[in-house]
Structure formats: structure tokens, C-alpha cells
Ligand binder design. Structure first.
Ligand code: ZN
Length: 177
């Protein structure tokens, strides 16, 4: 679907040095990201930078393409502590749950998306060590949303169109992914 940004939301769609998160219709958001193969200072800095940007934007998740980097790295912040996942793969899914989502790359737009309720995700840390997490509910939803970003998929591709609506994100905290 094509998103038509209402005039009052257009200021949120600026991307510049002070607002580095990439917004639609930037083509990088529709490309498939490649696996990270080298671990070291660069990827560590990228991960740290993504955590910082996610927090600064009051987000709960951020994926490489959203900062213009076509590599398979996501950061999520479902609870107390942010988690960085490199080359994440969802290896198991169970159940279904409908919940509202937004996206830092489509600020102001929200709608209901059906996701798996439980997932198991395997990934690497910023140092290249394997990790695995079982997640449910909100955390599982964020991971599914971010992994979709790595394949050029946005929540508006999966949203229940009847629920899609605009709302000023400054009136809501910790919504964007
Ligand atoms: Zn998003």
C-alpha cells in the first residue's frame, strides 16, 4: 500500500543529522539486508549507536535498514535492558496474537498486526557468540517486526487496514519500532 502522509505529520518525516532514522519512502527500507560476517569495532559501534538512537526516539526496536545499514542487526527494548541481535533467525513460532504496532520509519501511523504469540529466536551477540531467546507477547512481537525490516517488509504490509490510523507519536511513549 502507498502511505499518504497527512500535512500535519510531514514534519516527522524529515531525515537529517538530527533525525537520522530513515523514513518511508526511502528505498533502503524495501531491500533485503545481508548477514554480518565480521565482528569487531565497527559492528560494536553500530550496535551501540542503534541502541542510542532507539532510546532517543522512544522506540522499542530498531533494525539496520532503519539507519541506512543493509546488514542483519536489530536492537530491541521490550523491558529493562536493550538487547542486540545479530543475524537473528526465528526458528520456532507458536500461537497468534493481534496487537497494535507503529514504526519509527512510519511515524504517526498505527494499526493492528497479527503475529505469533511465542517465538524462539537464534542470533549472535555483537561479539559473534551464539544466543537463543524464547519470547512471548510484546517482546516476540517486536522481534518479528524487526526481523521483517531485515527482509524489506514493513508492518503496513501485514496490518489490518480497517485499524490503520494516524496519531501524534508525542502523545504516546515507547510505541515505535
Ligand atoms: Zn519498524
Amino acid at each position: 500500500m502507498d502511505v499518504v502522509v497527512p500535512p500535519e505529520f510531514q514534519p516527522l518525516y524529515v531525515t537529517d543529522r538530527d533525525h537520522p532514522i530513515v523514513k518511508i519512502p526511502e528505498p533502503v527500507l524495501r531491500k533485503k539486508a545481508v548477514e554480518v560476517t565480521k565482528f569487531g569495532k565497527r559492528i560494536q559501534q553500530l550496535g551501540d549507536n542503534m541502541v542510542r538512537l532507539m532510546k532517543a526516539a522512544n522506540g522499542v526496536g530498531l533494525a539496520g535498514p532503519q539507519v541506512g545499514v543493509l546488514e542483519r542487526i536489530i536492537v530491541i527494548h521490550p523491558g529493562k535492558k536493550p538487547i542486540v541481535l545479530v543475524n537473528p533467525v526465528i526458528v520456532k513460532r507458536e500461537g497468534e496474537e493481534i496487537g497494535e504496532e507503529g514504526c519509527l520509519s512510519i511515524p504517526g501511523l498505527y494499526g493492528d498486526v497479527k503475529r505469533s504469540e511465542f517465538i524462539e529466536v537464534e542470533a549472535l551477540t555483537l561479539k559473534g557468540d551464539p544466543v537463543a531467546y524464547e519470547m512471548e507477547g510484546y517482546a516476540a512481537r517486536i522481534v518479528q517486526h524487526e526481523v521483517d525490516h531485515l527482509d524489506g517488509i514493513l508492518f503496513i504490509d501485514k496490518v489490518d487496514l480497517a485499524t490503520l490510523h494516524w496519531m501524534n507519536p508525542n502523545e504516546r511513549l515507547r510505541e515505535g519500532q
